[in-house]
Write a protein that binds this ligand. Structure first.
Ligand code: DLZ
Length: 155
């Protein structure tokens, strides 16, 4: 899946409460994703932003689920899983993806999906919103979460 075709979103999230839930593996990539999400939220006028760190991407769904039930408007979930030599990669990726989908559907709280699933660290760095990266997936996840809140508002 390439980043080509991503929408350009102009968002006004004034007054929204958003929590960023971020895994901790692969520090440099995670620092880029978290900073990108925070930048995008600030650009969308979201000032009530909290950050919750969890150990790994496998822990994202349980944390996102708890956060979603605290009255926030949206959750942004960030993590990076890098393929190793065993099937562990597939289990962590699918558990995190399915778990985050369940949280959004069951709670009705939009969850921005910022989970990078990469073959190697270079691929992850290229998507981390760092100087020299070609994509900024933390920002994209934050923008998607805010845009979904705004789209669903008033229904
Ligand atoms: C165990 C593990 C491995 C091997 N790799 C990653 C990774 O690349 N990215 C990530 O976010 N987490 C990884 N983890 C940790 C698991 O997500 C989880 O934290 C542990 O299995 C403990 O539940």
């Amino acid at each position: 899946m390439s980043g080509a075709g991503a929408p350009r979103l102009t968002l006004d999230g004034t007054g929204l409460r958003v929590t960023v839930v971020a895994a901790s593996w692969h520090t440099e990539v995670m620092d880029g994703l978290v900073a990108g999400a925070q930048r995008a939220l600030a650009a969308a006028n979201v000032t009530d932003v909290r950050l919750l760190r969890v150990p790994g991407s496998f822990e994202l769904p349980v944390a996102a689920g708890r956060v979603a039930r605290t009255g926030v408007d949206a959750v942004v979930a960030l993590g990076v899983v890098i393929r190793g030599g065993t099937p562990h990669f597939d289990y962590v990726c699918s558990a995190a993806t399915q778990g985050l989908t369940d949280v959004a559907v069951r709670t009705g709280v939009p969850v921005g999906f910022g989970l990078l699933t990469c073959d190697d660290e270079a691929q992850a760095l290229d998507r981390a919103g760092l100087p020299g990266s070609s994509e900024d997936k933390g920002a994209e996840a934050a923008e998607a979460a805010v845009a979904t809140v705004l789209a669903l508002r008033g229904l």
